[in-house]
Design a binder for this molecule. Structure first.
Ligand code: SF4
Length: 462
C-alpha cells in the first residue's frame, strides 16, 4: 500500500517470520494453499462456464470459509499451477508467467480473483493481479527505488521526515501482490514482520518526540497482523498524549474485504481518531462486499479515503475514473489522491504519460460533483514529495483581475479583490477590453465579448 504523506526512506532491518504465525491466531488446522479451490467435491457438479465470479471458480467453497479472511489468506493463489486451473492462459503465457514470478512473485486472494472476467485478457482486475512478461522485458526502464526509500530512518521501521508525522512500517506482507507496486523490490525479501523489541524501540521514539502528532501504520499491509497484535500496538500509541491521530494504509477493503470484520472494527472504535486510506483502482472493485467493509469502518468511526494509482489500460480514461469515484462516493469513501504511477522497475508497461492524468481531471472537474474529483499528484524521485498537478484554468492574473477558463472552456474575467483599494493603479490601468484583447491575442485565443454590462464577470469567449 502506497502511503500518503510520508514514504519510508529506509530498508529497515527486519525479522523473517512465517505468515501463519502472524495472522492466524485461531486453533483451526492449516489448509494447504489452493486445496479448497482445486479439489472437486465428488458429490457436486461444477456450474456451467457461463457462471461468473465466485460461482465459476469457487463453487465448492462453503460460505463459512469464503467469508473467513483467514481462509482467504491461506488460500491465496501463489503458483502457476494454481493459477492455470482458474484463469485461461496460453502455453506462451504460462511460460512467461513462470519466468516473471521467479523475480516478482504472485499472490491473489480467491475473493479478488473471483472478480476477474476470465474471458477478457484485458480485464482490469486481471491486469493488476496476474504477472505480465513486460515486468521483465521493460525492466531496463525505471528505478528499483525511485522514492529513495533506502535512506536511514530514525530507528528501524520508523520514518520521521516531516516535523509532525511519522510512518511505522510494521510488515512487508500483503494479501495481494499488485503488479504496479512501488515496493516490488521488497518482494524478494520474503515475508517479515517487526519483532516486539523493534516495535518497543519505535514507541520509545514516539514518546520522546513531542512534536509528533500523526502516526501512519504501513507496510506491506498492516492489517495482515492479527487484530490482537494490532491492538497491542495501537493502544500503546494511543496512550501517548501528544499523538493526535493514527492512520492506517491498507488495501484489504479492496482485495480481501472479509478482513474488515466485527472484531477489527470494535477494536478500532476504541482508539479513535483513526483514519484509513485504501486503494481502489477500478469501479469493478467496488463490490457489495467492499462497500460493506467500508461501511463497517465508517460505523466504527473510521473515515475512509481512497488513493488510486493511474494505470495504463486499467483506469486511464475519464469514463472509468468518473465511474470509480462516483461508486466510491456511493460507498461513502472519499476519492482523495490519483497518483501518477511511480517510476518503478517492473511497472513501466502500466505507466501512463503525466498529461493523461491532467486530462482525466479536466474531464471530471465540473462534470461531476467536486467531492468525486481526486487530487492528481506526482511523487517526486529522491524523496522530493508530492506535487499536485491540475489543468490550467488561469489564463492570466494581475493585481486587478484574472482571466479564468471554466470546465466548458469558456473564459471569464474575475475581479481580484483588493483592486479597488489600489486606486491609483486602477485609474492608470488601460481599458478592460483592451487588456482582454491583448492577453487573448498573445494566447492566440479568439475573442468574443458577450456581456460588457457586467464587466467583473463577463464571458469573453465561448
Ligand atoms: S502489493 Fe499492493 S497492497 Fe501491497 S504495498 Fe504494494 S500496492 Fe500496496
Amino acid at each position: 500500500m502506497k502511503t500518503s504523506s510520508v514514504a519510508p526512506k529506509s530498508q529497515p532491518s527486519h525479522t523473517t517470520e512465517k505468515v501463519t504465525t502472524v495472522i492466524c491466531t485461531s486453533s483451526e488446522p492449516e489448509e494447504p494453499p489452493g486445496k479448497s479451490l482445486l479439489v472437486k467435491n465428488s458429490e457436486e457438479e461444477p456450474p456451467s462456464n457461463t457462471a461468473t465470479g465466485r460461482y465459476r471458480f469457487f463453487w465448492n467453497v462453503p460460505d463459512s470459509s469464503w467469508k473467513d479472511w483467514k481462509w482467504q489468506f491461506r488460500n491465496r493463489i501463489t503458483t502457476l499451477e494454481q493459477l492455470v486451473k482458474l484463469v485461461p492462459l496460453s502455453n506462451e503465457e504460462q511460460t512467461q508467467i513462470s519466468s516473471v514470478i521467479k523475480r516478482y512473485p504472485l499472490s491473489i486472494t480467491p475473493y479478488y480473483l473471483s472478480l476477474i472476467n476470465p474471458d477478457d485478457p484485458n480485464d482490469p482486475i486481471r491486469k493488476q493481479a496476474v504477472p505480465c512478461i513486460k515486468e521483465i522485458t521493460m525492466s531496463s526502464l525505471g528505478l528499483e527505488d525511485p522514492l529513495a526509500e533506502k535512506e536511514d530512518s530514525v530507528v528501524p521501521g520508523l520514518v520521521h521526515r516531516y516535523p509532525d508525522r511519522v510512518l511505522m512500517v510494521l510488515t512487508d506482507i500483503c494479501p495481494m501482490l499488485c503488479r504496479h507496486c512501488t515496493r516490488k523490490r521488497e518482494w524478494r525479501h520474503g515475508a517479515w514482520t517487526r519483532t516486539d523489541s523493534e516495535i518497543e524501540t519505535m514507541l520509545d521514539y514516539l514518546r520522546r518526540n513531542t512534536d509528533i502528532r500523526d502516526v501512519i501504520l504501513s507496510g506491506g499491509d498492516p492489517l495482515t497482523l492479527s487484530t490482537g497484535t494490532l491492538e497491542t500496538i495501537i493502544s500503546k500509541i494511543r496512550a501517548i498524549k501528544h499523538i493526535e491521530i493514527i492512520r492506517i494504509g491498507t488495501r484489504f477493503p479492496v482485495v480481501l474485504p472479509q478482513r474488515i470484520d466485527a472484531e477489527l472494527c470494535n477494536m478500532l472504535s476504541r482508539y479513535g481518531p483513526i483514519w484509513l486510506n485504501t486503494h481502489f483502482n477500478h469501479p469493478n472493485e467496488v463490490t457489495p462486499e467492499a462497500a460493506a467493509a467500508c461501511d463497517h469502518l465508517l460505523r466504527a468511526g473510521v473515515p475512509v479515503n481512497n488513493q488510486t494509482v493511474l494505470l495504463r489500460g486499467i483506469n486511464d480514461n475519464v469514463e472509468i475514473q468518473t465511474r470509480l469515484c462516483q461508486s466510491l462516493l456511493k460507498a461513502k469513501v472519499r476519492p482523495y489522491y490519483l497518483f501518477q504511477c511511480d517510476e518503478v522497475q517492473g511497472t513501466e508497461h502500466l505507466r501512463t504519460s503525466v498529461d493523461a492524468g491532467i486530462k482525466i481531471i479536466e474531464g471530471m472537474r465540473g462534470h461531476t460533483s467536486g467531492l468525486a474529483v481526486p487530487n492528481f499528484v506526482v511523487d517526486l524521485v529522491q524523496g522530493g514529495g508530492k506535487v499536485p498537478l491540475q489543468p490550467n484554468y488561469v489564463l492570466s492574473m494581475s493585481e486587478s483581475e484574472l482571466l479564468l477558463k471554466n470546465y466548458e472552456g469558456k473564459v471569464f474575467r474575475y475581479r481580484n479583490p483588493g483592486s479597488l483599494e489600489r486606486k491609483e493603479e486602477a485609474v492608470a490601468a488601460p481599458p478592460v477590453s483592451g487588456v482582454v484583447e491583448s492577453l487573448l491575442a498573445d494566447a492566440d485565443l479568439p475573442v468574443k465579448v458577450k456581456g460588457e454590462a457586467n464587466a467583473d464577470r463577463i464571458i469573453i469567449r465561448s
